[in-house]
Design a protein around this ligand. Structure first.
Ligand code: NDP
Ligand code: 8X3
Length: 265
């Protein structure tokens, strides 16, 4: 899309799943001139993805892989300042990094799991937003740019075995709503995209690496693919400047709520 040409875009959690697909979709949609900053903890994976993107779309898209753990406040604080000069004016931030750990119920939830979910999904997203906002505020009279937060159906309703994850995504939802109001006098657009079930590494991470437990989650259902969500992220970013896709909820065809889904016998 011409509307994305020349933009500088940051995607967090771009080493896998929705974030990786989003980086690829941005590059495919605007292959002529884009600066794409892909971030996550796994830097080697990011470098491979950067090479894949360049191989596919050519040098028109400048891809910069940056190691960044969003749960570490100091890393987030120094993120923009440490970028090469030509990447520092960020137009679009996709706050996608996030995770779920465990399916334990209240009373038995592991303290470490609570901490990592809160630190990543909530503190990480808030800190990233503040870090990048400074760069967006420098543009135009009152600032301009896009903040696209990846929430979840889990932020709209709780489900058993997901209390902490659901609470983190509800926090994302309320934070997003509040800052859209706070930034009303700017040209900064604040958007939220809430996926239902998407097959990624999400469930493998939830079950601490147990692939067979993760596979069981998707058995008999037809989940969304990461690129299904990536297309909606890029769609939102590519709307004309006066259009704000404030809120989207996206289910796969078999799903109608966090725990209401049709499973083929
Ligand atoms: P994946 O596990 O496939 O990807 C998660 C990404 O987040 C990875 O790139 C991972 O990279 C990154 N990440 C995790 N922790 C950190 C951290 N501390 N700092 C930086 N990056 C981090 O899962 P999804 O693609 O499914 O998840 C992406 C987002 O989508 C999450 O916010 C998730 O909550 C949300 N979501 C997922 C749904 C699903 O059904 N899959 C549904 C609704 C929302 P690395 O390990 O290299 O750091
Ligand atoms: C992921 C969706 O409902 O499986 O955010 O937790 S859910």
């Amino acid at each position: 899309s011409r509307r994305l040409e020349g933009k500088t875009i940051v995607v967090t959690g771009a080493s896998s799943g929705i974030g990786k697909a989003t980086a690829i979709e941005f590059a495919r949609t605007s292959p002529k001139s884009l600066k794409l900053i892909i971030t996550a903890r796994r830097i080697d994976t990011l470098k491979e993805i950067a090479a894949e993107i360049t191989k596919e779309v050519g040098e028109g898209v400048k891809v910069l892989p940056v190691q960044l753990d969003v749960s570490k406040a100091d890393q987030v604080r120094n993120f923009v300042g440490n970028l090469p000069e030509e990447f520092r004016e960020i137009d679009v931030l996709v706050n996608n990094a996030g995770l779920v750990k465990g399916v334990d119920k209240i009373g038995d939830i592991k303290e470490d799991d609570i901490q990592v979910m809160m630190d990543t999904n909530v503190h990480g997203l808030i800190n990233m937003t503040q870090a990048v906002l400074q760069s967006m505020r420098k543009r135009g009279e009152s600032g301009a740019g896009d903040i696209i937060n990846i929430g979840s159906i889990a932020g709209r309703e709780g489900y058993p075995g997901g209390a902490i994850y659901c609470a983190t995504k509800a926090a994302v939802r309320t934070f997003t709503d509040a800052i859209r109001k706070e930034l009303i006098a700017t040209r900064i657009r604040v958007m939220e995209i809430d996926p239902g079930q998407v097959e990624t590494e999400f469930s493998v991470v939830r079950f601490y690496g147990d692939k067979s437990k993760a596979d069981a989650v998707y058995k008999g259902v037809d989940p969304l693919t990461p690129s299904d969500i990536a297309e909606t992220v890029v769609f939102a970013a590519a709307r004309p400047e006066n259009v704000v896709i404030a809120d989207m909820l996206i289910f796969p065809n078999h799903q109608a709520a966090a725990t209401v889904m049709y499973r083929k016998p």
